[in-house]
Design a protein around this ligand. Structure first.
Ligand SMILES: [Zn+2]
Length: 70
């Protein structure tokens, strides 16, 4: 079961929770009822691995400014 990390935008309360993939993401802080944001990077998050964010349009500079200039 994947571990999700959440952080509250309001009170900065952060916690990890085991959730099934079918479960809805949490949105309400248990401490202050503020808005939670999902934090990635801890636990076995699915997109750890090679080449996920090495897509072509991510980091490569534009070949030429082919907009409607001419
Ligand atoms: Zn909170």
């Amino acid at each position: 079961m994947p571990i999700y990390s959440y952080k509250c935008k309001k009170c900065a309360h952060a916690f990890d929770i085991n959730q099934a993939l079918s479960e809805d993401a949490l949105t309400i802080c248990p401490e202050c009822k503020g808005n939670l944001i999902k934090v990635f990077g801890l636990g076995d998050v699915t997109f750890k691995g090679s080449g996920f964010y090495k897509t072509d349009n991510a980091a490569s500079p534009p070949k030429n400014s082919s907009s409607s200039e001419s």
